[in-house]
Design a protein. Structure first.
Length: 391
């Protein structure tokens, strides 16, 4: 009796990329990176505006359920957010102004510390010299160099004569070539002006995103057809939920760290503890460099009043313990369980966005990467990339 062998079903073949398609993909990626780098101020402003809009959208929706027009609800929510931001800035400015008033005492304390360290270094050098060099060679005076023999001719000066460069040419050079100091000041003011200009657009950008959300969502979905429209809608909601979960989770964890740090700083009577506590708590959440950043404000503020080294060791130990507990136990439960990014992807994302956008890129790297993963998880053709980015 003959047995029938089942015919194997052919597996779907993945079309191979041609060299032309690979070259176009590489050029497109390089062009995207260049665009993100040279337009970083615009894109940073846009990403921050979108993030704030995603955060405030549930509050606006709650006001809309109270029968308020969406435009009015968006205006009320944005006004409340600006008021809270102003009150927070006012409190920080009050503490900072007190710190500026105490700068003379701080500088005097720093000078005393530097002098003390310099004297100790000199003592150590003298002891090492007395230990290493034999005593019979310690009291030998150093030889005085003999003056150079004088000759009948005058030594020619190597300095070029001023007559070689006419005054007119010197004046033209002064007017044509800017000094390095002016160039540096101009570049600094220019970059600062660009940042302020883009930051002034954030409130208006957030307001229009909130008030025109329904219109923008419908118009964006009309660009797609059939099943693609549902995929885009799910991707939109996935990105919004991820951004809200990430930012709110970090904010709650930062408040907890700020509260615990402020209690400890108040207990040891650290100067400006209402300012140093929140600053140390939120800086502790910065990836990879959070621990030294969290220690620095507390150690710097302690230089004004503390003279014993034990208190600085205690500050460093307590800040380190709070940082390790929050990042190893609280952060995975509050934030990591909602982002689902593996550590290698997080490291590469921090390197990439930090190189492109600097310090602000380190803060936006994880939400941007998690947003990309949320899109990949909802698009069938990109599902493999979502698994690659996930934990």
């Amino acid at each position: 009796m003959s047995t029938l062998t089942p015919t194997p079903t052919p597996s779907p073949s993945v079309p191979a990329r041609t060299p032309a398609q690979t070259g176009i993909a590489v050029l497109a990626f390089a062009a995207s990176v260049a665009l993100l780098y040279y337009g970083r101020v615009f894109f940073i402003t846009l990403v921050i505006g979108i993030t704030i809009a995603f955060l405030l959208d549930p509050v606006v929706t709650a006001f809309v359920k109270l029968r308020l027009p969406r435009a009015l609800a968006s205006f009320i929510v944005c006004s409340i957010a600006l008021l809270l931001l102003y009150l927070m800035g006012l409190g920080l400015y009050t503490q900072f102004s007190r710190f500026v008033d105490d700068l003379p005492n701080y500088s005097q304390r720093m000078n005393d510390i530097v002098d003390s360290v310099a004297s100790r270094v000199d003592d150590v050098e003298k002891r090492m010299y007395q230990t290493i060099i034999p005593k019979r060679f310690q009291n030998i005076p150093a030889p005085v160099p003999a003056p150079p023999p004088e000759t009948g001719r005058r030594r020619r000066s190597t300095r070029p004569p001023e007559e070689l460069t006419p005054p007119a040419i010197q004046e033209v050079r002064i007017h044509q070539e800017p000094t390095p100091l002016l160039t540096y000041v101009y570049g600094y003011v220019r970059s600062f002006y660009d940042v302020l200009l883009m930051a002034s657009f954030v409130p208006f950008l957030v307001y229009f995103m909130l008030s025109w959300r329904d219109h923008m969502r419908r118009s964006f979905l009309y660009l797609f057809r059939g099943q693609e429209r549902q995929v885009v809608g799910r991707s939109w909601e996935g990105v919004a939920e991820m951004v809200r979960a990430y930012v709110i989770g970090n904010f709650v964890l930062g408040l907890l760290m700020s509260f615990l740090s402020s209690i400890f700083f108040f207990w040891i009577r650290l100067p400006y503890w209402p300012l140093i506590g929140p600053l140390s708590g939120f800086l502790s959440l910065v990836p990879y460099v959070g621990l030294p950043l969290a220690m620095l404000p507390a150690l710097a503020a302690g230089l004004i009043v503390y003279t014993k080294a034990a208190i600085y060791v205690m500050i460093a130990v307590v800040v380190a313990v709070l940082h390790l507990v929050s990042m190893n136990f609280l952060y995975p439960k509050v934030v990591g369980s909602r982002v689902h990014l593996n550590p290698l992807v997080v490291t590469v994302a921090l390197m990439f966005w930090g190189t492109l956008w600097g310090g602000i890129g380190l803060l936006l790297a994880i939400p941007i990467t998690a947003g990309i993963k949320a899109v990949c998880d909802n698009v069938t053709s990109l599902y493999g990339y979502g698994k690659l980015l996930g934990d």
